[in-house]
Design a protein. Structure first.
Length: 376
C-alpha cells in the first residue's frame, strides 16, 4: 500500500526532446532496456516527488562544500620484475649441451658459467684463429706490409666471430697463448640474480637462440598501481607510497611514485603509476598483490559531496541536484578522490548547491524506469 501511495505522489517531468528525435524514437518498434534508453538520451530528466514520496524514498539532502583534501589515495598493485633486471641466456651457435651447472631457484653472479656447449663451429673458428696466428708469427721480417696487414685483418675477424659466439676476450687471449682450442663453449650469465626458469638438459641438442635460462635480479621490484584518471592530478611523480602485502600484514614497505604511464586504460579508466621497492631479502615475489597508499603532497581543500550522492548512469557520473522543492535534476559531474565518505568534485557543481545524498539510488531507479517508458 505504501508503494501505491508513493507512486501516486510521484510526478515525472521529462525534458522534451526535439521533434526529429521524437519521430525517430516513435518509429522504432524494438524494445530497449532502461540502460539502452538512457544511453540514447542525455541525462537531463527532472524528477518531482511529493512529501510522502520523499519520505518513502529516504531522501536526505547534503550541501556541496569545501573539505580538506584526502591525505592519501588508496589503490591496488601487483609486484613485477623490472624489465632491465631480467635476462635470458641463449646459445649463439648450434651445439650439444654439456655440464649444466644451475637450475631454477639457484642464485648466480654476473659472469658466472651456467653451462657448456659442444659446437663444431666453435671448434673450427678457434682452429682458424690459431692457424692465422701461427702464420703471422712465422712471417719473415722482410715480408710485405700488405701481406702482414691482410693476415692481421683475418685474425681480428676470427676473434670478432668468437666474441659473437659468446667467448670472452680473456678466453680468446688464453687460447692464443696456449695454442690449444677450448673443447666447450662456456655459457655465461650477463647479470646477477635468481634463475627463474631453466630448460637446459645435459646432452640435449640446442639451436642458436634457444632460451635456456631466465635470470632476474629480484633485489628491487616494481609495482604497477592502478590510479583512477580522476585521481591522477592528486598523485604526481615523487609522491611517497606505503605498500602492504597480505603475506606480510604487519610490515609496510616504503617507496616513491617514479612515473605515470602516458595513456589511460580504455577498460578500467586508470593510469599505471610505477613504484620501486627494495627487496634485499627477496621476501617479495613477482606476482604478489599489494595495497598501495599514495600520500598526497601538501595541504589543500577541494569541493566535495557525500559519496552516497554519486551515481553512475549510462556511463556518466551523476548527482541529483535540488531544482525546487521536492524536484531533482540529474547533473553530470567529474569526480576525484574519495576519502572518509566524501567524494571530491572536480567540475559540474558549485559550492552551496544541494544534492540528494540518502535516496539517490531510488532517484536513479526512477530516472531509468521513466527513460524506459519514454523509449517504448
Amino acid at each position: 500500500m505504501k508503494m501505491e501511495k508513493f507512486m501516486k505522489n510521484r510526478k515525472i517531468m521529462i525534458v522534451v526532446m526535439s521533434g526529429v528525435m521524437a519521430l525517430a524514437s516513435g518509429a522504432c518498434s524494438e524494445k530497449k532496456t532502461a540502460v539502452d534508453v538512457a544511453e540514447d538520451k542525455p541525462v537531463s530528466a527532472t524528477i518531482e516527488l511529493g512529501a510522502q514520496g520523499m519520505q518513502l524514498a529516504g531522501i536526505t539532502l547534503a550541501e556541496a562544500q569545501f573539505r580538506d583534501l584526502a591525505e592519501a589515495v588508496e589503490t591496488s598493485a601487483r609486484a613485477e620484475i623490472i624489465p632491465n633486471r631480467l635476462g635470458v641466456i641463449t646459445p649463439r651457435v648450434t651445439g650439444r649441451l654439456e655440464q649444466v651447472r644451475v637450475y631454477a631457484g639457484d642464485h648466480v653472479r654476473a659472469g658466472q658459467e651456467v653451462a657448456s656447449l659442444y659446437s663444431a663451429e666453435f671448434l673450427s673458428t678457434q682452429a682458424e684463429m690459431l692457424q692465422i696466428g701461427r702464420t703471422l708469427d712465422r712471417l719473415p721480417v722482410d715480408c710485405s706490409q700488405t701481406e702482414r696487414a691482410g693476415l692481421q685483418d683475418l685474425l681480428a675477424a676470427t676473434e670478432r666471430r668468437l666474441l659473437m659466439l659468446g667467448l670472452r676476450n680473456r678466453d680468446i687471449a688464453a687460447v692464443r697463448k696456449s695454442g690449444r682450442p677450448l673443447e666447450l663453449l662456456p655459457l655465461i650469465t650477463p647479470l646477477s640474480g635468481t634463475v627463474l626458469e631453466s630448460t637446459a638438459v645435459n646432452g640435449s641438442e640446442v639451436e642458436s637462440g634457444t632460451a635456456l635460462f631466465r635470470v632476474a635480479d629480484l633485489s628491487v621490484l616494481r609495482l604497477g598501481a592502478d590510479i583512477h584518471e580522476n585521481e591522477v592530478q592528486f598523485t604526481p611523480p615523487g609522491s611517497l607510497a606505503d605498500v602492504t602485502f597480505s603475506s606480510f600484514p604487519e610490515k609496510t614497505w616504503q617507496g616513491r611514485l617514479l612515473r605515470l604511464d602516458p595513456q589511460v586504460s580504455d577498460e578500467t579508466h586508470t593510469v599505471k603509476g610505477w613504484i620501486e621497492l627494495t627487496n634485499a631479502m627477496e621476501q617479495l615475489k613477482p606476482g604478489m598483490f599489494a595495497t598501495v597508499i599514495i600520500r598526497l603532497p601538501g595541504e589543500s581543500k577541494a569541493l566535495a559531496v557525500p559519496a552516497a550522492a554519486v551515481r553512475r548512469i549510462a556511463g556518466k557520473t551523476v548527482v541529483f541536484v535540488t531544482a525546487e522543492k521536492n524536484r531533482f535534476l540529474p547533473r553530470t559531474v567529474v569526480t576525484g578522490a574519495s576519502h572518509d565518505g566524501w567524494t571530491m568534485i572536480v567540475s559540474g557543481l558549485s559550492a552551496g548547491e544541494k544534492v540528494a545524498a540518502g535516496g539517490s539510488f531510488a532517484l536513479k531507479s526512477e530516472l531509468l524506469k521513466d527513460s524506459l517508458e519514454g523509449g517504448e
